[in-house]
Design a protein around this ligand. Sequence first.
Ligand code: T1G
Length: 696
Amino acid sequence: MTDLVGCRRDRDVAVITIDNPPVNALKAEVRAGLMAAIAAVQDDPDVAAVVIRCAGRTFVAGADISEFGKPPLAPLLPDVIRAVEESRKPVVAALHGTALGGGLEIALACHHRVAVPGTRMGLPEIRLGLIPGSGGTQRLPRLVGPDRAFAMVLTGDPIDAETALAEGLVDAIVADTEAAAVAFARTVAAHGAPVRTRDRTEKIAEAAAKPETREALVARHAPKADGREAPPAAVAALCAALTLPFDEGLARERALFVSLRDGDQSAAYRHLFAAEREAARLDLPAGVAARKPARAAVIGAGTMGAGIATCFANAGIPVTMVDVSPESLARGSETIRKTWAGAVARGKMTQAEMDRRLGLLATGTALADVAGSEVVVEAAIEEMTVKRDIFATLDTIVPDAVLATNTSYLDIDDIAQATTRPRQVVGLHFFSPAPVMKLVEVVRARETSPEVLATAVSLARTLGKTPVVVGVCHGFVGNRMLRVRSTEVERLLLAGALPQDIDGALTGFGFAMGPCAVGDLSGLDIAWRMRKAQGARAEIADRLCEAGRLGQKTGRGYFRYEPGSRTPLPDPEVEALIVATSQALGVARRRFSADEIVERLLLPMVNEGARILSEGIAQRAADIDVIWVNGYGFPAYRGGPMYWADRLGLAHVRDRLTAIAAETGEPSHAPAPLLVDLARAGAGFADAPRPGVTAN
Ligand code: T1G
């Protein structure tokens, strides 16, 4: 054994404990220790049964992701798992926390599994561009049946202990992973030779006999093709469990896993896994720690305000939602109630949980109602005077609170100056719909204190969000780059592309929706209002709005929509409007290939990302990747815009931008100095120096 894996005796039961903080990941030393511990008890006549448990906050949460991409170290997990399953003594997995990936695969190979209440079990490999590679797709169907197994593997979603008990994944829910687990192990020891999971075929026999069952399972659970390689591989491995002898199915799964593990998509997912955690790490001065707000308030009961209030209640934090308009407050409260009622109706939440959350939600029609709150998030209309008035008032009502604004582009330094305590002001830029979108841009204003910044980041994580610290500039990071893409959409439409060409190119690249369809969904008038306020024009987008084509809400935008349908359909009227606009502006039209469209839309965004890094508005290129994957749907299997550019090679990116600039005559298309410097050095954005986040 190793010091990461210990074994003690509780009379006739050997208790193996894995202790590898923080999540008991299966690094090589852990695998070796577990293998040795299992071997050591096989010939001990005094050992009747074995318990495998973990110290710390969770059972094994999976293979050690940091080992991927390096030469595999013996013993490999499949070998350890085989040793567990072949044990002559019954082995019981005692689960707590989050038993995930390789951790659950070890448990599946045990002869029995028990879990304490609150345990979650899952195979989330698909979220890393992988599939379970150590028997998960072969053993899970044998325990829970094909339907549940397909769902768990293809979504990566964990199930709770109660569901696991009902479905046969665990044999009992126990009080603890020590005495209660040992007592359970002692009872099974009397049942004779242990039954291996691989031999439990009753739950898959029926499905194995009927090909139509397999087709139904795939139809029900397989996501539509979206460029990801892992889902089809998962389906192939799961079907192998239904059609092949166990060892052949295991070999099929392993081959599919190894191919994904060594492929580009999984490398991109692992880049994001590390980047999301790095983005939330702050270099804080000694003695500075995040506060843990016990009470929150949200100003504004509109879409964003109600969504943010929902996030607080979902996280168990009492929250007061304030709006001076009783009608808005009633609408916002009803929106929240409907969100939870929908979850109850879908079986995603119990009525008791909904009632608990409703009990955490208070409302008020005066700013004074935020009294007692330790954090206040302002989500009022995007007008500086309104925001400054609110902050000036909050300054007197909650003088010690963290004051956050959800503004998506206004100058937070300007807002902070409305208070006497600018050090307590920070940006928390949520994305709509707030209860769903993971990203929160934590905007560090010029005077935001380290403690308030740390509190904002920690609070975002408590709300289940993915925080990224950014600096103050118009649109911060995400919207500043989105504005660049929107400008390029307009340029391409004028130069010869049509909305269906543009959206087809980006959905083919891996975006779930193209920019024109997104505009139609959110309403073209939102950006139109902002352009008018800034005295700017986007000829085609403006003419669409002037023609009353505001998007789905008017049945027509860049596309047309049949009544009751949200499917974007090319519209000859839009083509005619675009061609007429090009002619009116004297722009010669030409065709653009999908690859050219992708380049024209994404490389200027990458170029803007380089400027953002040089200005210190983002600390790392990886932060920009996290923002665009979690806030704007950049395909995760490509790692994010800056990671994707690094894979292309910055010399190539520089040359393409130079060629685009030559064609368009647009100075902003010229490669940014940082990009030129990195390309010259043969480096990537990952190597860019960290200037530290500064306000603009
Ligand atoms: N390997 C290495 N480190 C890990 C890790 C892992 N699997 N999971 C978490 N960590 C680190 C993480 O980097 C962070 O480090 C710390 O633990 C806390 O994580 C063989 C091939 C378990 C739900 O995909 O989902 O098994 O920043 O900040 O929010 O077929 O971590 O402190 O230095 O996320 O409480 C499958 C991934 C792997 C689970 C906890 N398993 N992890 O969430 O903390 S592939 C997973 C998570 C596999 C098998 C296949 C979450 C969590 P640091 P955290 P958290």
